[in-house]
Structure formats: structure tokens, C-alpha cells
Design a protein around this ligand. Sequence first.
Ligand code: PLP
Length: 390
Amino acid sequence: MAHLAERLNNLGSEGAFEVLAKTKVLEAQGKKIAHFEIGEPDFDTPENIKKAAYEALEKGYTHYVPSLGVPEAREAYAKYVSKTRNVEVDPGQIIVTAGAKPLIFYTMMALVNPGDEVIYPDPGYPIYSSAVRFAGGVPKPIVLREENNFRLDVDELKRMVTPKTKVIIVNSPHNPTGSVLNKEELKAILDLADGEHLFILCDELYHRIYYNGEMAPSMYEFPEAKEKVILMEGFSKIYAMTGWRLGYGVLPPDLVPWFSKLQTNVYSHAPAFVQVAGIEAYNGPQDAPKAMVEEFKRRRDYIVPRVNSMDLVHCVEPQGAFYAWLNIKKLNRPSNEVAEYLLNEAGVAVLTGTSFGESGEGYLRMSYAASMEDIKYGLDQLEKYLPKLV
Ligand code: PLP
């Protein structure tokens, strides 16, 4: 048995990939599975973006580029953030990454010393707590409560901040609950940071997957965010580009050289031709992402009333992202046991709430980035199988 480094004990993971592997085994045995486990659109990347990638390959974007990214891509992404947040963003603030995910790691590696505290939402995207622990930081989960529609309670957050707080992670629209913070709440959170001792990592990957308008309120709409906020943006969700691995950060200028250095040490830069395809995603027609969001809304509007008509399960209506956070507390069973049962007996793959933090006990996450046919079948199965557990 290899003698591994102790730091590995602090590393978490993402439940979605583990469940996905299990479903593949069951499917190979001939079982029908409704897939609600993974957070990726069931649509294909729009054709114009694929074409832009082929053309970029032909034009020679097949070599090393600067670690911060292809200059034209950084410029186009800065322009996009300027337009969608109505602020001036300098292309020099942009770091292009392979998916948005590395930004979580870079932020912790760049800012958190052992003993520093990091506040993040619980339930929340599991990589937040993993990266905090890996960096030696002290995890300070803030519980998002159902009675508050899973919105982060700003007063509670204020009480949690101490002189040791180094980073506050905000995610709106939120995975896994679909809650969305309003402008006043975002501003009050932003005011807690000073851009010296306390920074905000603001994960806006679902910015345009929003059901009450074209885009959700953004913390980056406030000009002072420039010095205090690491903004996470990307292409995975809104352009159905999960497998391309393309995201980017908008950084406080002082942090740029350090994030660049971190990236140089890990994988140098995101693939050059993929970065160029991202320019077309932003500058080309927007019909495909719009249609996708409309379809997610149609599914949400089907799922929520159906779930809430069942006796044993209910959910708060998500305002953004594409997840339903199902309360199964009436079953009085551990949520991982219920998730296992649904997968093995009912052929319904969901994630246990506890893979999003301790407060996820009593919940399941159902991603509705799945076909309407699967959704109807999956909910029929829930209706049939859940009563067998009581
Ligand atoms: N942040 C949140 C809240 C997510 O849900 C995800 C993906 O599921 C990510 C970040 C990572 O995105 P990417 O695939 O672009 O790395």
C-alpha cells in the first residue's frame, strides 16, 4: 500500500461522478435508469460554436499560449462581463481556465493560510469545502434554510465573520437549491469584504439560467467588486459545453499574477482553440441558450407542482439553475439510503443531499437537465416507490 501524503485526507469529491459510474454498471446489466444525477445540460453544444473550434484548429490555435489565456478571448470575455454587468472590465483582469472549477482551488491556494476561515453555503457545491480543507483553511459552512427558501441569510453571515475570515463564497443562482440572491443582499455581502484581508469568491456559473428575467442579479454590477471579488464565469452550463472545459475568472488586479503562476504550475493554460470557440459563443447568435433556458423553465414548471402533490416529498420552487432540492424528511430515513434505494429499485438516479454538506440530510438533488420523458418516468417511479419506504 502506497504511503500517501496526509493532505489527501482533506480532499473531498463530487458525488455526481460516483453515481454516474454506478448507473453505467446498472445500464450495462440492462436496467432502465432516469438520469437526474449529473449537472449538465442534455442539449448538444450549438453548431456555430463547434464550427468556430474547427476553424480555430485550422487557423493554428494548436500551440502554447500565455497562461492567462488567448488575448482575443480575454478581450471578448471582458466585453461580455462589461455588457452583462454594466461595468467596465479590463481584459487584464481575466484568467481563462479549463472549466470554471480551477478558480475555486486557485482562490484557496492564493489566499488561505492554515487557520484562516472560509465561509461557504451549506448545502453547496462540494468542491468548495474540499478546496478549503485542502488549503488548510477552517471550513465555516453557513446553512441555507428551507424556511428562508434556501437564501443565504445576510445577518447570520455578518455574525459569522471574524478577523480570521479570509474568503466568503457566494453562489447565486445556487446549486443545489436554485435560490437566487437579490441586489440588496449581494451588496450587503460585498460590503463585508475589503479586498485586503477578506475577499469574495462569487460563483455565477448559472447567471443566465434564471427564470425571472434574462439574467440573475450579479455581485459584479457594483464597481467596487473589482478590488474585492473573484468572479467565476463559464460556458459549461449556459452553452452546454461541459466537456470542453472552458471557464474564466475576473480577478482583482493584484491577484492576476499569482493566479497566472498557479495555472502555469498546474496545466499552463486552457486549450487554445477552445478559448477561441468561446468567443463565438458570446458573439454569435443566442437562440440556442435562450431556448435551453425556456425548456428548463418548462420542466421546472412541470416538476414542482407534481412533486408538491406527493405526500412524502416536497420542494421549494427553484428560481435559477436546473436542480430541484427534494425534501424527503417525512420518510425518516438517511438520504443516502433513499438515494441508493431509488437507484437500485426504481431506476432513478439522484444525488443524496449530504453530498452537498451536512445540512443536506433529509434532501435529494434532482437535476432536471434531463429529457421530459425521463422526468415524467422518474416522477412516476418516485410516486410508486417512495410509499414503500414508510
Ligand atoms: N460551480 C458550480 C456551482 C457548479 O455547479 C459547477 C458544476 O457543476 C461548477 C462550479 C464547475 O463548473 P465547470 O464545469 O465549468 O468547471
